[in-house]
Design a protein around this ligand. Structure first.
Ligand SMILES: Nc1ncnc2c1ncn2[C@@H]1O[C@H](COP(=O)(O)OP(=O)(O)OP(=O)(O)O)[C@@H](O)[C@H]1O
Ligand SMILES: [Mg+2]
Length: 376
């Protein structure tokens, strides 16, 4: 379903981008068209100017010759017939030329006017196309942005679904591990104890010394079994969270960690110890536990720091190590069988309306930051 939606959105974006290309082509075409008309108009204008000048010149010449003709006519006795005829001919020729040129002038002026109108229209079209293009760009920006966001949101939903399944899987694995632990540890031992206590019961009357010895061994077994049970309870939910509060519990966790790890973890706390909501306390405790597991399992770090800070409205948690670090790509590559430690940390923080960030790169250690609102 999500894959189909993603495909549809991808196609919509492609279609929109295609129309943008087409609009761009329209703008380019009308710009070219405008240029052609402009060049033609320049040529026609030049020719019109030339012909206007010629017409002016001819008009003047024709006026002169008409004047001469008038003089010749007035004083026709003083001029020979040849002379008079020549002036007549000249006047006629000039009139003809003038008529032709005036005609040409008229045609050119009409052409010029028409080109000017066409240029104006082309300018309007170009303006409109350019406006459309910039409007389209804005609209496309919004649209594509929004659609891409939807696309990202869908990816996010997909990821969340994936994460949800992973979390359930993880819970099931955890339950399986606990049931095995109880089965192999305390349950076996209890079964054994039942048998041994029956043996003691029988022994008491026959061999008191042996019965005593058996009872002592029994007590040892019960003691170690009690430890196992305590560990299992602690893994389920550290009681000390309720009894002592978050900070002493974390201190204790880190002290225990330092006893068995090659990495030395320092703990820093700033602020006033306020009582937090139990789910927030558990979340912080589990994130630290999970991060310390990762440090032990992957980091090869010599030093690490766990810092908790209570500010006015937030709890800021930082867990940093100086180990080998990792790249985000390496996480993505192994997507299918990637662990759920980091994902479950992020999920816990997100569920509490907080912000979660991982900063790590090969060779530069790892820093995990979580900011959780005190009142969620
Ligand atoms: N502090 C760290 N230093 C170096 N690499 C780390 C660190 N934390 C996590 N990684 C890398 O990130 C990967 C993912 O960690 P994550 O806790 O999600 O899974 P995991 O530890 O492999 O498995 P899981 O936590 O489910 O047992 C690890 O496999 C490891 O490569
Ligand atoms: Mg892990």
């Amino acid at each position: 379903m999500i894959d189909r939606l993603t495909k549809i959105i991808q196609q919509t974006i492609e279609a929109i981008e295609n129309s943008q290309k087409q609009i761009f082509e329209i703008v380019e075409e009308s710009r070219a068209q405008y240029k052609i008309i402009e060049e033609e108009l320049q040529k026609v204008k030049k020719k019109t100017d030339e012909i206007i000048r010629e017409v002016d010149k001819l008009t003047k010449l024709e006026k002169d010759i008409r004047y001469r003709l008038m003089i010749v006519n007035k004083n026709f006795r003083e001029h020979s017939e040849e002379e008079i005829k020549e002036v007549y001919e000249k006047a006629k020729e000039l009139q003809l030329q003038l008529m032709i040129k005036k005609n040409e002038e008229q045609i050119l002026i009409e052409k010029r006017n028409e080109l000017e109108l066409r240029l104006k229209a082309a300018r309007e079209t170009l303006k409109k196309a350019e406006k459309l293009m910039s409007q389209m760009a804005v609209i496309l920006g919004y649209l594509c942005g929004d659609l891409r966001n939807i696309h990202l949101q869908l990816e996010d939903i997909k990821e969340k679904k994936h994460l949800g399944i992973k979390v359930i899987q993880a819970q099931e694995e955890e339950r399986y591990r606990l049931s095995r632990e109880i089965h192999d540890g305390p349950a076996q031992i209890l079964a054994n104890l039942v048998l041994k206590s029956e043996l003691c019961e029988k022994l008491i009357d026959i061999d008191t010394e042996k019965a005593k010895k058996e009872l002592k061994a029994l007590r040892e077994v019960m003691r170690s079994s009690l430890q196992d049970v305590r560990k299992i309870i602690y893994d389920l939910r550290p009681m000390s969270l309720d009894d002592l509060g978050l900070i002493p519990t974390v201190e204790r966790l880190i002290a225990q960690y330092n006893e068995t790890s090659d990495t030395f973890v320092e703990f820093k706390f700033f602020g006033e110890k306020v009582k937090l909501l139990p789910i927030v306390e558990v979340a912080i405790f589990r994130i630290i536990q999970e991060a310390l597991n990762n440090i032990k399992k992957h980091s090869k770090a010599t030093n690490a720091l766990v810092k908790i800070e209570f500010s006015d409205n937030n709890i800021n948690l930082v867990i940093r190590d100086n180990g080998i670090g990792f790249s985000k790509e390496s996480l993505r590559k192994a997507d299918e069988d990637r662990g759920y430690g980091l994902m479950s940390m992020e999920e816990r923080v997100t569920l509490l309306n907080g912000k979660f960030e991982i900063n790590s790169s090969p060779g530069n250690g790892t820093k995990i930051t979580a900011t959780i609102p005190i009142d969620i």
